[in-house]
Design a protein around this ligand. Structure first.
Ligand SMILES: Nc1nc2c(c(=O)[nH]1)N[C@H]1C(S)=C(S)[C@@H](COP(=O)(O)OP(=O)(O)OC[C@H]3O[C@@H](n4cnc5c(=O)[nH]c(N)nc54)[C@H](O)[C@@H]3O)O[C@H]1N2
Ligand SMILES: Nc1nc2c(c(=O)[nH]1)N[C@H]1C(S)=C(S)[C@@H](COP(=O)(O)OP(=O)(O)OC[C@H]3O[C@@H](n4cnc5c(=O)[nH]c(N)nc54)[C@H](O)[C@@H]3O)O[C@H]1N2
Ligand SMILES: [Mo]
Length: 727
C-alpha cells in the first residue's frame, strides 16, 4: 500500500519516517515535513476526558485537571447534555459553528460533520460570514451585485498575457498560498515567478513581505491602517488632473458624485489630496502620484489580500481601492482591473472542464434544523450580552442565549481576537465540548474533550485545488492511542438520539468515500472520460483525471454593467475612531505565518522561534529608541493583555508597526501570555455595521524590554494534569 497522505498543506508520502512530496505538487512546501513530529506529538490527546470541575458544576475552567473516561461514557455524557439543553432551552442554546481549518475531506471534515450532526438533532447557532473575508463577503454584493469574493478568480495566465503593472496590495501570496482548502498543487508559484520576470510589480505592505522578497519587487511601506487614505488621495489626484477614465465612471458606476464631493472636501472642507494622504500614510506625495499614474496609464491589475479588510471599516478599505480601480478604467478588460481571490489558497490555477466531488451533504441530502445566526466573530459579544441586538447586512439580529458549545476543527483563542475577553465570555457557557487531536488552549479550557484521528488515521476523499486529482485518504497507521475520526464520533452521538440513519444512512466512511468516487466517475463517464476502478484508486491513493480540456480564459468582471461605489448609503470615508485613536503608539500586525496554518503545526519541529519565544519583528529605529536588540525578551502590551516574545530587529518594516504572526498557542500566566499568542492583544471591535466582522489587523500596542525573570517554563505543548481511570 502506497502511504500517500493528503492535507491542507499538500500531499506527501510517509514511509520509514521519511516524507517525500507528491509527484504532481509543483512547489511542495516544507510544511509537509511537520507531519513526522506532529503525528505522535506529546500534545496529542490520548483518551476522552472530562474536566474535573465540570463533574461538580464548577465553571472555573482555567488550569483545571481532567479525568479520563471511556468512549461510551463520553458519548452518553454528551448526549445527556445536548438532550437537556434542547429540551429546556431549544436549539438557540446550542452553539455549533465549529470554525474551521482542522482536518480535510468531503466525508469526514469535522466542521461539516458537526454542522450536519446538529442540524440532524434539531439545529443550533451558526455564524454568518467568516474570519477570513468577513467584511468583504458582506460588502461586495452591494458593490458588484454578486457574491464576488470566493468565486472563480481572474486567471493568472490572463494577467500575464495582458497586464504590464501588477500591484499586490496587503497580499503575501508566496506565504498564504502554501495552504488551501482543497489539496494544494501550488501551480500559482510558476505564475508569480512569471509575473516577477515580465511585469512591473509593486507591493503595498507595512513591511517587505516574503512574497516581495521572493519576487524581488519594490514595496511601498505605508503606515498600518492607512490604505484607504492612500486610495482616496490617488482618486483625488486623477480627478483634479483630469486623468481618470470618465467613460468608465459614467457608464459603469453609480455613486461616484457623492464620493467625489467627499474627496474634494465639499462636505467637510478637507481636500483629500496627496499631501493629506501623505501625512496619514507616511508615503511621499511623489510616490503616491507615481503609483496613481502607473496604475492609470498602463494595463494594470490590483491584487488585493485580505488583511486590510480585517480592519476597522474593512468594508470601506476595499471600497476605496475599488473606486481607484474604477477611475483607472481597466476593469472589464481581459486580465486587468482588480481581483480579491488570488492572494491565498492557490487560486487562479489552470482551469479545465473538471467535475467537483460531492460532499456528504450533497451525496445524502442536506438536513436543516431550526437554526439561528450571528455574525462571524461576534460570539463573545453574544455570550456577554444575550438577548441584545446587532446587525448583519440588512438584518437586525437578536443574540441568542447560548448554554452549550460544540467545537471541531477550530481553535477559538486563535481565531477570535481578545483572548482575555474570550475567556470571560466562554466561562458563561455551561458546557463546552471539543473534538481535537491536540491539547490546544481551547481543549484545555473545555469540559468534554474527545481525541480525534488526523490524516493518515482515517478514510476520506478529497480533490486537488485544480480539481484534476482525486485523493483517497486512508489509514496508513493505527490511530493514535484511542483517537476516533470526527465521523465516527458524530455518528455515535447521533445514535444516542436514534438518528444515525438520518445522519449518514448508517453507512461508514469507506462506503461513503466509495459513493463519492462512483458518483464523480459517473459524471466523468458522461463526458467520455474514464476513471480507474474504485479499488485501484484506493490502492494507489490518487486518481489523475486524464483527457480534460482547458476552459476559456477568464477575467472576473469582464461583463460587469454597473459597480456601485456606495455600500448601504455610505461611501469610502477615512475616519479615525476607537482603536485607531488609542493611546498606544504602535500598530500590531498579526499576519499569517509562513511556518504554520494558524495555530496548527506550532507543535511541530519546524517551529520558528527567537530565544525560544515567538518572534516579534520591529524596525531598527524603534529598537534603538527602546534599547532593544535581536534576541532580547520583549513585553508587548495594551489594556487588553500582554505577551512575551523574542525580538527580531529588521530594516524593512514600518517603524510604527510591529509584527507577530497569528497562531501561537495561548500560555496564560496571570494576565501574560508567555508563548506569544497575539490575540491577547488584538481588539474584538467590529469592522462596521455592514458586517460586524473581525478587526484583528487594527490593534495598537506598546512594547519594552522585559525586566522580569522568565522563570516560568512554557507548558503550552504539554498535556494538562490527567487523572487516569481504569478504562
Ligand atoms: N502559510 C499560511 N498560509 C495561509 C494561512 C496560514 O495561516 N498560513 N491562512 C489562510 C487563511 S485562512 C487566510 S484567510 C489567508 C489570509 O490571507 P491575508 O489576509 O491576505 O494574509 P495576512 O498575512 O493576514 O496579510 C497579508 C499581508 O498584509 C499585510 N498587512 C497587514 N496590515 C496591513 C495594512 O494595514 N496595510 C497593508 N498595505 N498591508 C498590511 C501583512 O504584512 C501581510 O504581509 O491566508 C491563508 N493562507
Ligand atoms: N490576530 C489574528 N487573528 C486571526 C487572523 C489574523 O489575521 N490575525 N486571521 C483569522 C482567520 S482569516 C482565520 S481563517 C482564523 C483561523 O482559525 P482556526 O480555523 O480556528 O485556526 P486553526 O489553528 O487552523 O484551528 C484548527 C484546529 O483544528 C484542529 N484539528 C486539526 N485536525 C483536525 C481534525 O481532523 N478534526 C478536528 N476535530 N480538529 C482538527 C487543530 O489542532 C486546531 O486546533 O483565524 C483568524 N484569527
Ligand atoms: Mo482565514
Amino acid at each position: 500500500m502506497k502511504k500517500l497522505i493528503a492535507s491542507r498543506v499538500g500531499a506527501f508520502y510517509y514511509e520509514n519516517n521519511k516524507i517525500t512530496p507528491f509527484e504532481y505538487d509543483e512547489a511542495p512546501t516544507e510544511l509537509i515535513q511537520n507531519y513526522k513530529s506532529r503525528i505522535n506529538h506529546s500534545s496529542r490527546i490520548k483518551n476522552p476526558c472530562v474536566r474535573k470541575g465540570f463533574l461538580n458544576g464548577d465553571k472555573n475552567r482555567f488550569n483545571d485537571e481532567f479525568v479520563e473516561i471511556s468512549w461510551d461514557e463520553a458519548f452518553d455524557l454528551i448526549a445527556k447534555n445536548l438532550k437537556h439543553y434542547y429540551e429546556k432551552y431549544g436549539s438557540s442554546s446550542i452553539y455549533a459553528e465549529s470554525y474551521e481549518w482542522g482536518g480535510v475531506g468531503k466525508i469526514g471534515w469535522g466542521r461539516m460533520l458537526i454542522h450536519r450532526l446538529i442540524n440532524t438533532l434539531g439545529g443550533g447557532v451558526f455564524e454568518l460570514g467568516d474570519y477570513s473575508t468577513g467584511s468583504a463577503i458582506a460588502a461586495m454584493p452591494y458593490v458588484f451585485g454578486t457574491p464576488t469574493v470566493y468565486e472563480r478568480a481572474t486567471d493568472f495566465k490572463e494577467i500575464i498575457r495582458n497586464a504590464k503593472v501588477v500591484v499586490f496590495w496587503g497580499a503575501n501570496p508566496f506565504v498564504t498560498s502554501k495552504i488551501a482548502h482543497d489539496i494544494p498543487m501550488h501551480e500559482h508559484e510558476k505564475y508569480l515567478k512569471e509575473i516577477a520576470k515580465s511585469k512591473e510589480v509593486i507591493f503595498i505592505d507595512v513591511r517587505v513581505n516574503e512574497s516581495a522578497k521572493a519576487m524581488n519587487a519594490k514595496t511601498l511601506i505605508p503606515n498600518s491602517n492607512s490604505d484607504m487614505a492612500m486610495a482616496i488621495a490617488m482618486c483625488n489626484y486623477l480627478y483634479v488632473n483630469n486623468l481618470y477614465d470618465k467613460e468608465f465612471i459614467a457608464n459603469h458606476t453609480t455613486g461616484f458624485d457623492e464620493f467625489r464631493d467627499y474627496f474634494l472636501g465639499k462636505v467637510d472642507g478637507i481636500n483629500k489630496d496627496l499631501a493629506w494622504a501623505s501625512d496619514i500614510c507616511g508615503i511621499s506625495e511623489v510616490e503616491l502620484k507615481n503609483l496613481a499614474l502607473k496604475l492609470k496609464n498602463n494595463p494594470s491589475n490590483i491584487l488585493l489580500g485580505r488583511s486590510i479588510q480585517r480592519q476597522l471599516n474593512g468594508e470601506f478599505n476595499y471600497l476605496a481601492i475599488i473606486c481607484l480601480a474604477c477611475m483607472c478604467g481597466h476593469i472589464s478588460k481581459d486580465g486587468l482591473g482588480i481581483e480579491f481571490n488570488l492572494s491565498s489558497g492557490c487560486k487562479g490555477e489552470s482551469a479545465k472542464n473538471t467535475e467537483s466531488l460531492k460532499n456528504i451533504n450533497s451525496l445524502l441530502g442536506e438536513i436543516k434544523g431550526q437554526n439561528h445566526y450571528i455574525p462571524s466573530s461576534r460570539l463573545n459579544e453574544c455570550l456577554l450580552n444575550p438577548n441584545s441586538t446587532t446587525t448583519y447586512k440588512d438584518e437586525l439580529i437578536k443574540y441568542p442565549d447560548i448554554k452549550l458549545m460544540i467545537n471541531a476543527c477550530g481553535a477559538y483563542f486563535t481565531h477570535q481576537p481578545d483572548s482575555n475577553e474570550s475567556l470571560k465570555a466562554l466561562n458563561k457557557l455551561d458546557c463546552i465540548i471539543t473534538l481535537e487531536p491536540f491539547w490546544t488552549s481551547l481543549a484545555k479550557f473545555s469540559d468534554i474533550v474527545l481525541p480525534v484521528a488526523i490524516e493518515g488515521e482515517r478514510y476520506d476523499i478529497e480533490q486537488s485545488t485544480n480539481k484534476e486529482i482525486l485523493f483517497a485518504l486512508k489509514p496508513i497507521k493505527e490511530p493514535f492511542y484511542n483517537a476516533l475520526s470526527d465521523f465516527t464520533i458524530c455518528k455515535e452521538i447521533a445514535k444516542r438520539f436514534n438518528k444515525s440513519y438520518e445522519f449518514c444512512k448508517d453507512l461508514d466512511e469507506l462506503e461513503l468515500v466509495k459513493m463519492a468516487y462512483l458518483d464523480i466517475a459517473k459524471r466523468y463517464e458522461a463526458k467520455g472520460i474514464c476513471l480507474s476502478s474504485f479499488d485501484e484508486f484506493l490502492e494507489r491513493g490518487y486518481e489523475k483525471v486524464q483527457g480534460l480540456s482547458e476552459l476559456e480564459p477568464y477575467t472576473r468582471f469582464k461583463n460587469i454593467s454597473k459597480i456601485n461605489l456606495i455600500i448601504k448609503g455610505k461611501i469610502a470615508k477615512y475616519e479615525i475612531k476607537d482603536e485607531l485613536a488609542s493611546k498606544y503608539p504602535l500598530f500590531l500586525i498579526s499576519a499569517h505565518s509562513p511556518y504554520r496554518l494558524h495555530s496548527q503545526l506550532h507543535n511541530s519541529d519546524i517551529r520558528d522561534s527567537e530565544n525560544n519565544l515567538e518572534p516579534v519583528y520591529l524596525h531598527t529605529d524603534l529598537a534603538k529608541q527602546k534599547g532593544i536588540k535581536t534576541g532580547d525578551i520583549i513585553r508587548v502590551f495594551n489594556d487588553r493583555g500582554e505577551l512575551l516574545a523574542g525580538a527580531r530587529v529588521i530594516d524593512d518594516i514600518n517603524p510604527k508597526s510591529i509584527l507577530i504572526f497569528q497562531g501561537a498557542w495561548w500560555d496564560k500566566c496571570d494576565n501574560m501570555c508567555i508563548n506569544g499568542n497575539v490575540n491577547v492583544l488584538t481588539c474584538a471591535n467590529p469592522s462596521s455595521s455592514v458586517s460586524n466582522s473581525n478587526t484583528a489587523h487594527t490593534c495598537k500596542v506598546d512594547l519594552e524590554k522585559f525586566q522580569g525573570n522568565l522563570n516560568q517554563e512554557i507548558r503550552v505543548f504539554k498535556e494538562p494534569k490527567i487523572i487516569k481511570k481504569p478504562l
